[in-house]
Structures are given as C-alpha cells and as structure tokens.
Design a protein around this ligand. Structure first.
Ligand code: ATP
Ligand code: MG
Length: 224
C-alpha cells in the first residue's frame, strides 16, 4: 500500500443494488484506479426516494453487496442507510460521513455516479450542496453518453465551472470538482437481471456466482 494512502480520496458509491452486478463492481474498481482512490465505500440505499420501491428488501440488497465486495480489501460497506426507515438522501449521507470522527472535513470524498445518475442530478434533494461535501466522479455507461450539450442547464453550468481533466486535482481539495472516466463499457443493468430471473433465464456471468447463489437460496426475484 503506498505511504500516502490516507490522503487518497475516499470513493462513495451509493445505489439500489437490486441486485449488485459486475457493472457496479467494475465501476468501483476502475474508479479506484483512474481517480486514485484510497478505498471505495459502498452505500446501499434503504428507501431510494426517486424511484419505485426496490424489488427486494434493503437487508437482502445489503447482504448481496457484502458478498460481492468481501474479497476486495479496498472496498468497505456502510449499512447506515439500510438501518434507518428514512428515505436515503445522498446529501444527508455525505453530511453524516463528514461528521464521523475518523473522516472529518478535510479528506477528499468522491461521489461515484454512472452517467445516467449524473444527468439526473438536478432532481436530487439539495443537489448543489453535494459539491460542497464531495467531488463527483462520473463513469461512462453504455446507452447514456456524457453529452455535455444535453445536460440540464444548471448542471451544465456547474459542470463547466468544476470539471477537471486531471484526477490528481481531486486530491487538492476536499470537495467541489467533477471528473469523468471511461470504464470498460458493460451494458449490464439490475433491470436486465430482474427481467432474466422473472423469465426463468440465466443471469450467469452478469453478476458474481455468490450473489446468484444467495438469490436462489432466499428465493428472491421469483419467476413470473
Ligand atoms: P436499475 O436497472 O435497477 O436502475 P442499475 O443497474 O442502474 O439498476 P443502480 O443501483 O441503479 O443499478 O446503480 C447504482 C449506480 O451504478 C448508478 O450511479 C449507476 O449509474 C451505476 N451503474 C449501474 N450499472 C452500471 C453500468 N453497467 N455501467 C456504469 N455504471 C453503472
Ligand atoms: Mg439505475
């Protein structure tokens, strides 16, 4: 481990993970590499406010994320959103992390988002405060080009002002910059996996075998 690992930014990766798949895992792995992150903290959403209720409970989604990430020492899992009945707002999560003793105000945080989630950012609760708390790292995602000209106006202005081409810039402040990175394009989505399972088709090689075994053992996503 490099000597300066404590100064490296901490990646924050939230999602519904219904279920977690290799698109998520490669995003976190490649973000750590491209953006020179110390670790990536995965935060499964308890009650995502902006979408239909997840198909399986937060407890099961958390257990699947734990299984998928267990053997990677650079990955941590934060269960706090799953443990509360409140809606999961990322800005509140970041405020909570900033208040945590071991993290404090100075360590750079990088909120990791796929390009679809980034384009939808202006719909998030207090979205402009996110950049006071963290940097944002945006991953390319097949089907969701980062098309600057089509970003909502407020987000475009923010992007132009804060974009940094050099990931090293993320170490120079605790928050406020936007970086993008081209991860291996993987056209995998949890929606696709739920559809395969509902149809009785195999989801193998789209997500880890341990997660598939968990789904089978707990009879999640039953055939319709
Ligand atoms: P769903 O189809 O249920 O929306 P999903 O596959 O999009 O599921 P989410 O839990 O919604 O997974 O996504 C969590 C985060 O991971 C989001 O920021 C999303 O953009 C990103 N993401 C998910 N899949 C990919 C992928 N294949 N490539 C790049 N980013 C991805
Ligand atoms: Mg999604």
């Amino acid at each position: 481990m490099p000597e300066d690992w404590r100064e490296r930014p901490l990646g924050i990766f939230g999602g519904t993970f219904d279920p977690v798949h290799f698109g998520h895992l490669r995003l976190a792995e490649e973000a750590a590499d491209h953006l020179q992150l110390g670790e990536v903290c995965w935060i499964p959403a308890g009650q995502p406010p902006l979408r239909a209720a997840p198909q399986v409970s937060a407890r099961h989604r958390l257990a699947m994320v734990r299984l998928a990430t267990a053997r990677n020492p650079s990955f941590e899992v934060d269960a706090a959103e799953v443990d509360t009945a409140q809606a999961s707002y990322t800005v509140l999560t970041l405020e909570r992390l900033r208040q945590a003793n071991q993290l404090g105000q100075r360590r750079p945080l990088v909120l990791l988002l796929g390009a679809d989630a980034f384009a939808a950012l202006p719909g998030w609760h207090r979205w402009q405060s996110l950049l006071e708390l963290a940097h944002i790292g945006v991953a390319h995602r097949p089907g969701f080009p980062i098309d600057v000209a089509r970003l909502p106006e407020a987000l475009l202005a923010c992007y132009r002002e804060r974009f940094c081409a050099q990931p090293a810039a993320l170490r120079e402040s605790a928050a406020g910059r936007i970086a993008t990175f081209a991860m291996t394009p993987l056209g995998i989505s949890a929606t696709q996996i739920r559809t395969l399972l509902a149809n009785g088709s195999s989801p193998r090689y789209l997500l880890p075998d341990e997660v598939i075994a968990y789904i089978r053992n707990h009879r999640l996503y039953p055939e319709k």
